[in-house]
Design a protein around this ligand. Sequence first.
Ligand code: ATP
Length: 516
Amino acid sequence: MSQQEDKFRKVISHAKEYGYVFQSSEIYDGLSAVYDYGQNGVELKNNIREYWWKAMVQMHENIVGIDAAIFMHPTTWKASGHVDAFNDPLIDNKDSKKRYRADVLIEDYAAKLEAKIEKEVTKARKRFGDTFNKEQFITTNPRVIGYREKADQAIQRLNRSLEAEDLADVRALIEELEIACPVSGSRNWTDVKQFNLMFGTKLGASADSAMDLYLRPETAQGIFVNFLNVQKTGRMKIPFGIAQTGKAFRNEIVARQFIFRMREFEQMEMQFFIKPGTQKEWYDYWKAERLKWHLSLGLGESNYRFHDHEKLAHYADAACDIEFRFPFGFKELEGIHSRTDFDLAQHEKYTGKKLQYFDPEEGKSYVPYVLETSIGLDRTFLAVFSNALQEEELDNGTSRVVLRLPSVLAPTKAAILPLVKKDGLPEIAHRIVEDLKWDFNVQYDEKDAVGRRYRRQDAAGTPFCITVDHDTLEDQTVTIRHRDSMEQQRVPIPALKDLIREQIDIKAWLSKMRSV
Ligand code: ATP
């Protein structure tokens, strides 16, 4: 097992063991690519959502939120292009009977070449030591150049064939690259076929009057169809944004990456309505702004990168992803799309209603252009969680597992621990819990030796442990232990609240966006 696979396996089992993520319907052997969040997971998820909502809605005077329904009029999805174009190209292996996304098979092939390049770079860095120049190496080393060319050619041809809807060529490419099924090892492939990702359902009681509906595959359309409602009732002036968080559903075929690719997931989207012609400047603005938001969480700058789309979706005139270094490599975390007037114009066409904005400065009406930021809540959860999980060697020769969640997002902010279960210490600990619980999520924990309780809280991601001991009886002070540094501080009980608040204050965390 590679180091990456091993790390990913640990992330999944830790998420289960500490009540973060469970497989859906596990007692029935689970449902593929569907997950439930446990007692800690729901808190982390809520905190991420709030962190996004505050940054987008509360901190921007010209952005407001909505909460649209999951069910929408079915014509919405005809207008948005999802009925005709929300497809994945699929291919089956005739021997294993396994189904794959044809584009993903080719992308995986290219990723393997990229991994080979990384290996060459690591080897060369060892060989050349301090004098190593990566840029020079990758532009001159013949082996690396060969890998890069092969990878680029494969991706470019894939994009060209998908663009031209030439599925026969996608299959030909898979054959030429000699891509084999990971399960059967054979290259016995079927034709490539398009498969729509939307889930259908029915509304209404009787079979003949029932209406075919879709579960929304993105939250964005709920914003577009409410554009005029919000603009008029909120008297919004362009530029302005509408934000929304909520569930989306996609019948994903490649579903083997835990909560990275789910069939039911949650998005946090914001559509920013702008004057036509200004989309380039707003695209650059939102790219920078969103990256700052990510960086404010402190997961490390080198874990993010932009990836510009070469093959644009049917609605976009520019698009990029913010990718994160997940345990299985760099992958999309958020999309930033310049959607032009595509969606509003399509809804005008299908409804016959004007979806325009009267611009008092211009003295005319127009269909606004739209800049979208779209981030997966579950993928952000995975980014934060997998980055936080660390195994550490300690000075005394032992090791510990610690979940270094950003304290602003941690499910439980502090655990209150009486050193022993007697001598009045539990009573004081309970009083501290009673006091702090009005402000933060706190937990009382008296089971096992205090060292074990520290380890348990480290692994659960709790940033502070507060220990009540016999000195507390004398001087009303307690020990506060910091999860990351393991440093301990003696503080008076009344000082606890401010001390914790300072560390977890959303304002302090978000204002880091200004300085990055
Ligand atoms: P991918 O290429 O990985 O399938 P996408 O380009 O289809 O993603 P978008 O349609 O741009 O994704 O959706 C916006 C965001 O929603 C993504 O950046 C991702 O964070 C999240 N997302 C999309 N599909 C899923 C899914 N199946 N499970 C979890 N999150 C998802």
